[in-house]
Ligand binder design. Structure first.
Ligand code: TZP
Ligand code: MG
Length: 230
């Protein structure tokens, strides 16, 4: 899975809390989402101990490998290294990019969260493989979110990236995105022709859905329809 060829279209971020996952099995939800067409998966788990996280990540990796879709781990670089999955996603308060890169080597994917053009440029210059931009809308999935920037904030970061010569870094946005607002978020965030988003990242829109495969299929349809041709 060459990291330059990753499709960021519908990026599933997992959540294992009962409020979102309910009493469903996480691996089954991820498998259904993959059947529905999610293109990349991030295992995000703030609660489990290391041993459980490694076990869960391994189980998820078995499933994502069957679909040829990358699996990243949120924050826990050591877990990603142990499992041998495709990379990590790090936030501004997590391990520094440079340290993560040293541990993972050149071929793994490292994504970085950015809420401002300064954070986005810093991550690009460090060598991040993609950016997760947000938070778009306030969401109960992540209550400690620092900045709610809306589609206009996303657009302004995309314009800044383009002006600084970083048009080619893949970008997704995250926070409160669902089947009802995905089309408008994509359109309003776009800084076309300078730079558009490559995809949307969602947690509850898929994990909490009664039918995660159908939710993923619906989001993928909206992303594909909203894509601005290169
Ligand atoms: N980072 C910013 S918002 C968020 C993360 C992990 C949670 C998004 O969850 P949801 O359910 O898609 O709004
Ligand atoms: Mg984090």
């Amino acid at each position: 899975m060459a990291k330059g060829k990753v499709d960021y279209g519908v990026y599933l971020v997992t959540d294992s809390t009962p409020a979102i996952l309910g009493n469903k099995d996480l691996t089954s939800v991820v498998e259904a989402a993959l059947q529905g067409g999610v293109t990349i998966v991030q295992y995000r788990d703030k609660l489990s101990d290391r041993e459980t996280a490694v076990k869960t990540a391994r189980a998820l990796h078995e499933v994502t490998k069957r679909f040829g879709v990358p699996l990243l781990v949120n924050d826990r670089v050591d877990v990603a290294v142990e499992v041998g999955c495709e990379g990590v996603h790090i936030g501004q308060d997590d391990m520094a990019y440079e340290e993560a890169r040293k541990l993972l080597g050149p071929d793994k994917i490292i994504g970085v969260t950015a809420s401002s053009i300064q954070e986005a440029l810093k991550a690009c210059e460090a060598g991040a493989d993609y950016l997760g931009l947000g938070t778009v809308y306030a969401t109960s999935t992540k209550k400690d979110t620092k900045s709610i920037i809306g589609p206009a904030g996303i657009r302004s970061i995309l314009l800044g990236l383009s002006s600084a010569g970083h048009s080619s870094i893949p970008t997704v946005c995250i926070g409160g995105i669902n089947g009802s607002n995905a089309t408008s978020v994509l359109a309003e965030s776009s800084a076309a022709p300078a730079k558009s988003l490559d995809g949307i990242a969602v947690v509850s829109a898929i994990v909490a859905a009664a039918d995660p495969a159908a939710a993923a299929r619906d989001l993928l349809g909206k992303v594909v329809a909203g894509r601005v041709p290169d």
